[in-house]
Design a protein around this ligand. Structure first.
Ligand code: 5AD
Ligand code: SF4
Length: 469
């Protein structure tokens, strides 16, 4: 537990900026709860903050450049406040960051966030802290025995975050070592949390009204917890958590193809509150590239996974990730990725240009030899193929009724609908259980509620709907 603050520190205002994936959003939410509990105030406006924390991402160079530019701006400002760099980039760069940014007070890797309150207190006394887990050379080495696996997640303040949705970590780290990926180095070895701890956390969240729970893991479906002769796999975990009273939707991201057994597909089919939504990145459609990426499946195996998923759940929604311009990628490999999108009928895909990450096998042994212009073109081309597939997918919903969890007023402006003079009836945004963004006109008071809506129109990215009274 955190030390209390002295009177003079009681009102320290903390601003947290979060970059990167859902895991980071969860970490920031947990940090927020922890700091609130220790007497800090969380503010939305950086200008008023005494402490600026930036929770960082290292997955691509672009994400790191954003942090450099934020720190550069901080260096140029006259305002002197406590600055903390948190998360993956803190773990990756460690004290190296201080050479360029000596004014940074705290460097805190993802495995050390539980002690952040204490680090801020020390920074207020003028002390600099660099807290990272030891470097992972290979295998499971360094993070083994890291007792902090649960320390940030337990004692969670269930009131912090959005009213109806919550992320829950079921595992940390990754042992897959895809050759392009920095995650196994910055997030450490794969460690599954105990099912009892997860169950308890989900129960508390559900009691606090958080009815849509998203389970998080870098390869969430590889979840496996062993205690004595008892082993709990991911399908067992889904079954247990789906029974928590008040959990109306149970989701999970991100999946790894070869760990998606039929037991998980059957659990998704049979448990009514488990969303029929799968985010399972193929990364490439070409066997040669998959092999160089050290993805542990072939194209045929990926295709048959998709076939099994549609066979067991004809209405399942599937999304993917791709990397374009991976070292040595040729047009024929790129075509294979386009073909995979068409064949898999993805709802959407996230498409990334390859970015060499220092320390990975890819950066050490593969020449980043696809020109930037080619990466850019392939990125555009895959997005265009995906847009065609998405449009067909979204249009298949027109005329159907869906259940939406309403998030709030819609920030989307691409197609306003029926905007009336009534200020209480705004364009609202909700999501289907298959994660389709849906806009409709309705009262603001619906935020956080479930409604039934009829789909009237669709683009490649959005469903348009009317409330069914
Ligand atoms: N370059 C580009 N994209 C990457 N991803 C992971 N590492 C890299 C990299 N070095 C992508 C993968 C992954 C997603 C989170 O980010 O597609 O699924
Ligand atoms: Fe990175 Fe591969 Fe692990 Fe995903 S499975 S986090 S891409 S190493």
């Amino acid at each position: 537990m955190m030390c209390g603050l002295s009177d003079s520190e009681k009102t320290m205002k903390v601003y947290i900026e979060t970059l990167g994936c859902q895991m980071n959003r969860l970490d920031s939410e947990l940090v927020t709860g922890q700091l609130l509990g220790a007497g800090y105030e969380i503010v939305e406006d950086l200008d008023t903050a005494d402490v600026f924390l930036i929770n960082t991402c290292s997955v691509r160079q672009q994400a790191e450049n954003k942090v450099y530019s934020r720190l550069g701006r901080e260096a140029g400002s006259d305002r002197r406040r406590i600055v903390g760099v948190l998360g993956c980039m803190a773990q990756r760069r460690g004290s190296g960051l201080l050479k360029r940014y000596p004014f940074v007070d705290i460097i805190c890797g993802p495995g050390q966030l539980h002690a952040l309150g204490e680090m801020i207190r020390r920074a207020a006394d003028g002390e600099q802290t660099v807290a990272c887990d030891p470097d992972r050379k290979d295998g499971r080495a360094a993070f083994e025995g890291n007792s902090s696996i649960d320390s940030l997640d337990h004692d969670r303040d269930t009131a912090v975050g959005s009213p109806a949705q919550a992320y829950v970590r079921v595992m940390r780290g990754c042992d897959k070592f895809c050759t392009y990926c920095i995650v196994p180095f910055v997030r450490g070895p794969e460690i599954s949390r105990s099912p009892d701890a997860i169950y308890e956390e989900v129960k508390q969240l559900a009691n606090a009204g958080r009815s849509e729970i998203t389970l998080l893991g870098q390869t969430v479906n590889s979840y496996r917890y062993s205690a004595g002769d008892r082993a709990v796999g991911f399908s067992d975990l889904l079954e247990r958590l789906s029974g928590v009273p008040g959990v109306r939707r149970l989701r999970f991201v991100t999946s790894y193809p070869t760990d998606f057994g039929d037991d998980i597909l059957h659990a998704m089919r049979d448990l009514p509150n488990v969303c029929r939504y799968i985010h399972c990145p193929p990364q490439s459609g070409s066997d040669r590239i998959l092999k160089t990426m050290n993805r542990k499946y072939t194209r045929t195996q990926y295709d048959s996974f998709i076939d099994r998923a549609y066979e067991i759940m004809p209405d399942v929604t599937i999304a993917g990730d791709f990397i374009v311009g991976f070292p040595s990628e040729e047009e024929v490999d790129h075509e294979a990725s386009a073909d995979l999108i068409r064949r898999s009928r993805f709802k959407n895909s996230f498409i990334f240009k390859y970015s060499a990450r220092a320390g990975t096998v890819g950066a050490k042994t593969l020449e980043d030899n696809v020109p930037f212009e080619v990466k850019r073109r392939r990125n555009r081309e895959l997005l265009a193929v995906q847009a065609e597939v998405s449009l067909e997918h979204f249009q298949s919903f027109v005329g159907r009724e869906v259940e939406l969890l309403v998030e709030g007023p819609s920030p989307l402006a691409d197609k306003p609908i029926n905007v009336s003079d009534d200020p209480n009836r705004l364009q609202m945004l909700g999501r289907t259980s298959g994660d389709h963004i849906t806009v409709f006109q309705g009262p603001v008071s619906l935020a956080g509620q479930y409604v039934t809506a009829r789909i009237t129109d669709a683009t490649a990215f959005t469903l348009f709907a009317e409330l069914v009274e």
